[in-house]
Ligand binder design. Structure first.
Ligand SMILES: C[S@@+](CC[C@H](N)C(=O)[O-])C[C@H]1O[C@@H](n2cnc3c(N)ncnc32)[C@H](O)[C@@H]1O
Length: 364
C-alpha cells in the first residue's frame, strides 16, 4: 500500500478504547498538578477516532488526548471553546467542568453536589437557565430524582441560573459516562441541535471527515459524481478549492450559495469531464443493491473504477470512496485493475451499517 502524500494519517500516542496519558488533574479539575488547558469531550461517527484525532491536531492548538474510544475523544486544548464548538465533524462537543471516579450516576451527582456547594468548578458557564441530564455512550441514562435535584440546586446556587427541566433555549449540563472511561464527567454541552440529514444523505460530520481524508488543498478540482443530496460537495465548500462539482443521475440537490456546480451526469461515463482533469474524487456510490435495474454490482463498480481512473489527474489525483464493507474486496480489485492503487481502508459505521472508506491514488 502506498501512503497518500500530504494527508492526515496518524494519531500520536493513543489507541482506541484506551485512556491516554496520566490521570493527572486538569485545569478544570481538582487537586494539584501541571495545568493542561481546558478539557473537552467530543463525539463523532463511529470508527473514525484516528482521523478525528489527527484533524484535531491540525485544527486546534496544544491538543493532548486523554481518552479515546470508537466514537468519542477527551482532549485538552488551549484553543478557545468557541473554536472547539465549531468543529464541523463533531456530533456533540462538551466542555468538561469536573469529574469523579466512575461509579453510579446517582452517587456521582451527590458527590459533585457536595463539592460544588464548597467551591465552583473553574469554567462553570454563566447561564440563565439549564437542565441536567445523564448519558452513557451517547444513550440517555436514568438519574435518581433526589440526586439530580441535589446537583441542580448546587449548580443553581453557584450560577444564579434557574433549572428548566424541559430544556428549551437554556443551557445543557450533562453527566457523561463512556464504557472505557474510568470516570464520570460533569460537562457543559457546547454544540447545539444539528440538523438531521435528509433521508439517504450522509451526515454533515461524516461528510467533513471523508473530505478531510482526501487531504484538501486550495488548488483542488473536486468532484463527487454520486452526489445525492450534495452533502460531500457542501462539506468541501467549507474550505477553498479551485472548483467543486457534484453530479448525479437523479434530481438536482439544493446547493444555493455554496459555489458548488451541479451537472446531471452518469458517473460510469463522466462524458463531460476531460481525461486527467480532476484532482480529488470523494464519493459515496450506491451500496450494491441500488446499482440500477438489471445491473450487476461487480460490473457497475468495474465501470466506475475505469471512469474514475480516466478523469483523475495521474500526478495529483486522490480518491476517497465510501463503500459497504462487504463490497470492499471486489471494489478494491476493480480499482487496482484500472490502475488505482489502494492507500488505505478505514472501517467505520454509517447509521449502524459496516462500511469502509477506501483511499486510492492513480498509478501502480
Ligand atoms: C448512496 S447515494 C449518495 C448519497 C449522497 N452521498 C448524499 O449524502 O446524499 C448514491 C447516489 O448515486 C446516484 N447514482 C446511482 N447510479 C448512478 C450513476 N450511474 N451515475 C450517477 N449517479 C448515480 C443515485 O442517484 C444516488 O443519489
Amino acid at each position: 500500500m502506498r501512503r497518500p502524500s500530504g494527508k492526515i494519517v496518524a494519531m500520536s500516542g493513543s489507541r482506541d478504547g484506551r485512556r491516554i496519558g496520566g490521570q493527572g488533574p486538569k485545569r478544570t479539575g481538582r487537586g494539584a498538578g501541571r495545568a493542561r488547558g481546558p478539557e473537552y469531550l467530543l463525539t463523532f461517527p463511529a470508527g473514525l477516532t484516528r482521523l478525528v484525532d489527527a484533524c484535531l491536531r491540525v485544527d486546534l492548538a496544544g491538543v493532548e488526548t486523554r481518552y479515546s474510544d470508537d466514537s468519542a475523544l477527551v482532549i485538552t486544548s488551549s484553543s478557545p471553546a468557541a473554536r472547539v464548538a465549531s468543529l464541523p465533524y463533531a456530533k456533540n462537543t462538551f466542555a468538561v467542568l469536573d469529574e469523579v471516579p466512575r461509579t453510579t450516576f446517582d452517587a456521582a451527582a451527590r458527590t459533585l453536589a457536595d463539592r460544588i456547594r464548597t467551591s465552583a468548578p473553574e469554567g462553570l458557564p454563566r447561564m440563565r437557565s439549564f437542565r441536567l441530564m445523564a448519558q452513557v455512550d451517547g444513550q440517555l441514562a436514568p438519574l435518581d430524582r433526589r440526586a439530580k435535584e441535589a446537583l441542580e440546586r448546587a449548580l443553581a446556587a453557584r450560577t444564579g441560573a434557574t433549572v428548566n427541566a424541559r430544556g428549551g433555549s437554556g443551557d445543557e449540563l450533562w453527566l457523561v459516562g463512556r464504557r472505557d472511561l474510568p470516570r464520570i464527567v460533569l460537562a457543559h454541552r457546547l454544540s447545539k441541535g444539528k440538523r438531521m440529514p435528509a433521508a439517504g444523505a450522509l451526515s454533515t460530520e461524516l461528510s467533513h471527515l471523508l473530505v478531510r481524508l482526501s487531504g484538501p488543498t486550495p488548488d483542488d478540482r473536486f468532484l463527487d459524481p454520486f452526489c445525492g443530496s450534495g452533502a460531500l460537495g457542501r462539506a468541501r465548500a467549507a474550505s477553498p478549492a479551485a472548483s467543486i462539482t457534484c453530479s448525479d443521475l437523479d434530481g438536482e440537490p439544493d446547493l444555493t450559495g455554496t459555489g458548488v456546480r451541479y451537472r446531471t451526469e452518469d458517473a460510469l461515463r463522466l462524458a463531460s469531464v476531460d481525461d486527467g482533469s480532476v484532482d480529488v474524487i470523494v464519493t459515496d456510490p450506491p451500496w450494491g443493491e441500488h446499482v440500477g435495474p438489471g445491473a450487476v454490482a461487480s460490473d457497475f463498480y468495474d465501470e466506475m473504477a475505469a471512469s474514475f481512473a480516466r478523469v483523475l489527474d495521474p500526478r495529483r489525483g486522490r480518491l476517497v470512496l465510501l463503500m459497504a464493507r462487504r463490497r470492499e474486496d471486489e471494489v478494491t480489485a476493480s480499482l487496482e485493475r484500472h490502475g488505482l492503487t489502494l492507500t488505505g481502508a478505514v472501517p467505520l459505521l454509517v447509521n449502524g451499517h459496516p462500511a469502509t472508506a477506501l483511499t486510492a491514488l492513480p498509478g501502480r
